[in-house]
Design a protein around this ligand. Sequence first.
Ligand code: FAD
Length: 345
Amino acid sequence: METILVLAHTENDGSLAKSAREALHSAATLHKSLAGSKLLVGLIGDNVQAAANSIAASPVTKYFGVTGTEFIQSRYATDAAAAEAVFKAAQATVVVAPATSRWARVLPGIAQRLGGRADTHVTGVAVADGKISVSRWYYRQRMEGALTRTQRPWFIGIDPGSQTACDCGAGTATVEMVAVNLTDASKRTTVVGLREPKADAQTIRPDAQLLFVTGAGWTKKQADGQTHVPEAEKLILGFLKQSRASLGSSKSLVDLGGEGQAVLPFLSHLNQIGQTGATPRHAKGFSTCCHGEEPHTVGWRFIGERRAISLDPNCGWARGKADVLYVADAFAVVSKVNELLAANP
Ligand SMILES: Cc1cc2nc3c(=O)[nH]c(=O)nc-3n(C[C@H](O)[C@H](O)[C@H](O)COP(=O)(O)OP(=O)(O)OC[C@H]3O[C@@H](n4cnc5c(N)ncnc54)[C@H](O)[C@@H]3O)c2cc1C
């Protein structure tokens, strides 16, 4: 009989992030399919009552909390101590947590401490013949593997964005507080501040509906024999501002900076999509001035509806990589789209 514990940390405002609700959704799916199982939640943060209340109508039967100012910031030693204490109070056999950067670095460590096993980057959970199985992707998202484990405790890190967030409903939850004895050594690391790009410079938006991809064509010579990089910059930023899309890029375009060519200054390797880049999840994707070669499009595995604009009718997108290919000049199309977006905000 499994005891499933969802581990989550609260946000600075005391709420639960979408990734935590996704982990809860996965855990609730397991709980529903495993007869006799228990579903528990452990919350860590400055104050966890509001977060517990926000999911009080879920099938969770017990809430544990570790609270205090020491648990606001992400720090391996205090997060691991809190997670271990909650785990012991809950006597869990399976722990499900969102694979945020905070939990991803702690889960394997606690698993080791407790003689368990950890699986990271899990994108699916299921129960078959009474056994839990988890799935994840291998070889740059080309192959999906499903695995089961007999070892307990089993720590499962759910990739944010891969699940539906639990819309559990609010209420009033009773939280059992768990005491954690922290030594001075466990508080040695201090977060002195956060550096973030300005809101309008933040072009990577994992929660956006649309992924807008730019390719090297934006910086290439156009029909008039000239490059038009400042105009490309204006069009791309204009589109992003109005659509709130997330910005992705081909490798060729982000590499240009290193080759001393004209570049789009707001792009970095963090925007790169593909085999050696990211594999984001968005409902729709819109590619511009990109050829759609396999090492790039492999990063589109989790993009739903795909459209592309290229001047080349024989480009990769035309070979089954896109749902719709517009053989057109992206400068003209994006300019018109921006005009329409401005007229219909
Ligand atoms: C081991 C390995 C790993 C790789 N990993 C990645 C990766 O992770 N991500 C990645 O992206 N690539 C990766 N690549 C590189 C990849 O194979 C391609 O070289 C790269 O994606 C090409 O980028 P591009 O399509 O932007 O540029 P190009 O191939 O130069 O294509 C530009 C396109 O823009 C079009 N164009 C030009 N002007 C216009 C216009 N006005 N309107 C419309 N279209 C226009 C052209 O017709 C052309 O199709 C990898 C390669 C290798 C060998």
